[in-house]
Design a binder for this molecule. Structure first.
Ligand SMILES: [Zn+2]
Length: 324
């Protein structure tokens, strides 16, 4: 094997004609362009192929690539799935348990929707977040200004204000505070019943089974979509046990040799231990890179769809660098 390039996708939709055109996603046209690019330059493999290679049963092709779709979005069923079938490609899908079965919108996606509605007015949203933090402030909590100073630095994909909003609401505040603030912002900015939004946003169990029936693969993405590396071993075990039970319900049999896609890519040595003990064979992170061997199958690197070339994009990307 020379390289295994695993590509990560989230939202894939007709953005301009969607309810939230500001959501950070890939357009249908860009997705089709990437499928053309990938099928021209790579051989698209399934996770079964990766597992076979890891077990020494059958090597991967020289330029292997795998497509992974995180978070259980309905986009994956309505937009992605038919285009994969048309091209006879296999991909793998990683829905969090609560997205599919919880009749609610995961906090991380509530944050995406809030940001999409805020649009170019991210500075105003960041100010509102600071106000809400200071309203709820007690002795244990740093001030909004202190939190802003530590979290408002641009990330690979986001400017300073957006990065601040995401980091402070996803992880920077204690769970009880961030849940309350996200809920308040969701009601202010989005104001759609979360049960209705969940039906618009996520696949259901039958749709996941339909993917399986057409040769697609479904793996684990945790239950509540949390940073596993922030949890105690016991809480990590509970998250993974719920993931395994869910995969069993979707597949109709006890999951074994399943694939874990760590939410936010977050994992520690305990996570790797816990998933291995639960029969997980491959683990996907968000560490940016291309796998050159399969000696660490539980912490495989991935590229984001944004790392792939766009139509008319002449500059070299991580993908091409990775192939070099
Ligand atoms: Zn995710």
């Amino acid at each position: 094997m020379s390289t295994l390039t695993i590509v990560t996708y989230h939202y894939v939709r007709d953005l301009a004609r969607s309810r939230y055109p500001g959501i950070k996603g890939l357009t249908v046209e860009a997705f089709e362009g990437q499928l053309d690019y990938l099928t021209n330059h790579y051989e698209v493999c399934s996770m079964r192929d990766v597992l076979d290679a890891m077990r020494g049963r059958r090597p991967l092709p020289e330029h292997a690539c795998a497509l992974t779709f995180d978070d259980g979005f309905l986009d994956h069923f309505t937009v992605v799935f038919p285009r994969l079938v048309e091209r006879k490609l296999t991909a793998s899908f990683y829905p969090p348990v609560t997205a599919i079965e919880g009749q609610t919108v995961l906090e991380t996606h509530q944050i995406h929707l809030i940001l999409a509605v805020a649009g170019d007015d991210a500075p105003a949203l960041a100010r509102r977040v600071c106000e809400l933090i200071d309203v709820r402030r007690d002795a244990d909590l740093p001030s909004a200004a202190e939190l802003y100073a530590s979290y408002a630095t641009p990330s690979r994909f986001d400017g300073a204000e957006v990065a601040f909003v995401k980091r402070v609401l996803q992880k920077g505040l204690p769970p009880r505070v961030r849940t309350a603030i996200v809920r308040e912002l969701y009601d202010e900015y989005v104001a759609v019943d979360p049960r209705v939004m969940a039906r618009e946003l996520y696949m259901d169990a039958e749709q996941l089974r339909c993917l399986l029936q057409h040769g697609m693969e479904v793996g684990g993405h945790g239950a509540e979509h949390v940073w596993l590396d922030t949890l105690s071993r016991g809480d990590q075990e509970r998250e993974i046990a719920r993931t395994v039970d869910f995969l069993g319900r979707i597949h109709g049999r006890r999951a074994r040799d399943w694939v874990m896609c760590y939410p936010f890519g977050a994992h520690d040595a305990t996570t790797v231990d816990v998933v291995a003990a639960a029969g997980c064979a491959l683990g996907l992170t968000t560490r940016v890179g291309v796998a050159r061997d399969l000696t660490q199958p539980l912490v495989l690197p991935r590229l984001d769809t944004n790392d792939l070339p766009r139509r008319g994009d002449a500059s070299p990307t991580a993908l091409e660098v990775g192939r070099g």
